[in-house]
Design a protein. Structure first.
Length: 339
């Protein structure tokens, strides 16, 4: 099969197309013919070495996978050949204390999904969820680590309520766009943060009530405070991390919740603990997407309530170009590879 194999860290050019054997299927795995795979910023930071955890070379990147089941391991019990599936980002054991307490994203034995930049991928049955027959793979690949994470951030971690105001950073990305849609459908007023004026119309079309443009680390907190009559936002859903943390935290209202979803660079943040307790703030972490959240994301998209945005569909051979586009940060939505 054709696959994109990464044998060293570095620029997009380290991603090379190779002919390799179709992977063997373990007893609890299924062989999936990949229909589409998302190219995420997580892939970028794995490739360039910013995030080295779980990056054992050589590796085939790609964890936002959608495709068709073609072969079953001997202990597979729920999926069948011909099922169309999408994936979550991590395999969890289902047996440890954390899994039993509903924290499968923090599973003691969790293993990351990868292998999507290829014609076939061997995947644990547990990471797969069945999708409707009429759902395009280009949409379905974004259901878990994009739409599912957004659902986790808004509904289950941020607990966004009717009448609240939500600031979404990294709003034009694969997680940011569904975050806007889900927060608005929850009854919130949504302020989207972008680095570019060119993205404003797309963010408004996605459901944002206001768009704040701040490039180059600018402090946008005064503009957000003005939009909220000086009260600040009830919830920040931060898909960027340290680069925007300080101004985003300034935007938080008394008793607000700061939901951390993404971290794009190695930079650390510094905060005076007094700012946290004087605001009565909660700082919360989103640990990817649980199985039930993935299944709910499938229903949201199938119903048309959330519409994942495909920024472009490219063949596997254009993986270098795809990474260059994602790393430049000028896209709205997700670039998808079609093997």
């Amino acid at each position: 099969m054709r696959a994109v194999v990464m044998r060293e860290l570095g620029a997009p050019s380290v991603l090379k197309i190779e002919d390799i054997p179709i992977p063997a299927v373990q007893p609890e795995e299924v062989l999936v013919k990949v229909g589409a795979v998302g190219v995420t910023y997580h892939d970028v930071v794995q490739r360039n070495g910013t995030m080295r955890r779980h990056t054992e070379l050589p590796i085939i990147l790609g964890y936002e996978i959608a495709g068709t089941v073609e072969r079953l391991g001997e202990r597979v019990s729920h999926l069948k050949v011909g099922d169309r599936i999408c994936t979550k980002a991590f395999h969890s054991c289902g047996r440890c204390r954390l899994c039993r307490n509903g924290m499968e994203t923090a599973c003691e034995r969790r293993q990351p999904v990868h292998g999507g930049y290829a014609e076939y991928a061997a995947l644990p049955e547990e990471v797969c969820a069945v999708i409707p027959a009429d759902m395009p793979f280009e949409i379905a690949c974004m259901l878990g680590p994009s739409t599912g994470v957004a659902l986790n951030a808004v509904r289950d971690t941020g607990k966004v309520r009717i009448g609240e105001t939500v600031l979404v950073t990294g709003a034009s990305g694969g997680v940011g766009l569904p975050t806007i849609e889900i927060a608005r459908s929850a009854g919130a007023t949504v302020i989207a943060l972008s680095r570019s004026h060119e993205k404003s119309n797309s963010l408004l079309e996605a459901g944002a009530h206001h768009v704040v443009v701040a490039a180059g680390g600018a402090d946008f907190s005064k503009e957000v405070q003005a939009l909220t009559d000086g009260k600040g936002v009830d919830v920040v859903i931060d898909n960027v991390g340290s680069r925007v943390f300080t101004p985003s935290f300034k935007c938080l209202a008394l008793g607000g919740r700061y939901v951390m979803v993404g971290q794009l660079v190695r930079e650390e943040i510094s905060i005076n603990p007094a700012f946290v307790f004087f605001k009565r703030a909660q700082i919360l972490g989103v640990g990817s997407v649980r199985r039930d959240q993935l299944e709910d994301a499938v229903k949201l998209v199938a119903s048309g309530r959330v519409r994942p945005k495909v920024a472009g569909v490219m063949p596997l051979e254009d993986v270098v170009k795809a990474h260059e586009k994602v790393e430049a940060g000028m896209l709205v939505g997700r670039v998808v590879l079609r093997p």
